[in-house]
Design a binder for this molecule. Structure first.
Ligand code: GTP
Ligand code: MG
Length: 198
């Protein structure tokens, strides 16, 4: 039975054209567009994940990777519980970009924001320019999760969001809501106890 409900602010960061919007579209709408327009500023949408222990509503902030929008990014990762930092396995520079995003977000948010490094376009193995082992080493050193995805085929997309739903830190708001729900679910017992003793 689904009992608890959480929300989780999740931001997607990374260089332009790595596939952030495509990852979100694949997850939230189960669709993929060969000609996805570059994002302007940022796009917002929500999507749900159901786990055994409850339902998580993601508030997804899909940021624009073009350089001219970079200064806007802190506005979106401020308050985020999790960040997907995406790179394109066929674009070496995009992994450099991802490393810079990791530094920025860690610097500003410390451990309050779960970071996941996502190597997208893993359907394009023949054009691979980023060595998976190099990224694994970087991820281990910085204590990040690392996963490769394809928004085109859907590989690892649901798994990525389920992992974030499980691992992202919960805020006080959710914890107190949990407590309230736990108390509600125990209410009949305590009421009958009260009756018994008064
Ligand atoms: N082959 C392949 N192409 C992809 C994949 N993901 C995205 N693309 C393509 O890559 C291009 C850029 O994708 P977007 O999702 O717009 O990239 P973005 O990171 O949102 O770009 P900005 O909004 O400019 O930051 C589009 O033409 C997509 O169709 C993938 O997994 N595999
Ligand atoms: Mg986009």
């Amino acid at each position: 039975m689904t009992r608890k409900k959480y929300s989780c602010k999740l931001v997607l960061l990374g260089d332009t054209s790595v596939g952030k919007s495509s990852i979100v579209t694949r997850f939230a709408k189960k669709e993929f567009y060969e000609f996805q327009e570059p994002t302007i500023g940022a796009a917002f949408l929500t999507a749900k994940v159901k786990l055994e222990e409850g339902e998580i509503t993601f508030e997804l902030w899909d940021t624009a990777g073009q350089e001219r929008y970079r200064t806007l990014a802190p506005m979106y990762y401020r308050g985020a519980r999790a960040a997907i930092i995406a790179y394109d396995i066929t674009q070496e520079d995009s992994f450099k970009g991802a490393r810079a995003w990791v530094n920025d977000v860690r610097h500003m948010r410390g451990d309050r924001c779960l970071l996941v490094l996502v190597g997208n376009k893993c359907d394009l193995q023949a054009n691979r320019k980023v060595d998976k082992e190099d990224v694994d080493q970087f991820a281990e050193k910085h204590q990040l999760a690392h996963i490769e995805t394809s928004a085109k085929t859907g590989k690892n997309i649901d798994h990525l969001f389920e992992m974030i739903a499980r691992e992202a830190p919960r805020g006080e708001e959710e914890r107190s809501r949990d407590t309230a729900l736990d108390l509600q679910s125990r209410a009949p017992t305590s009421v009958s106890n009260n009756k018994g003793c008064c």
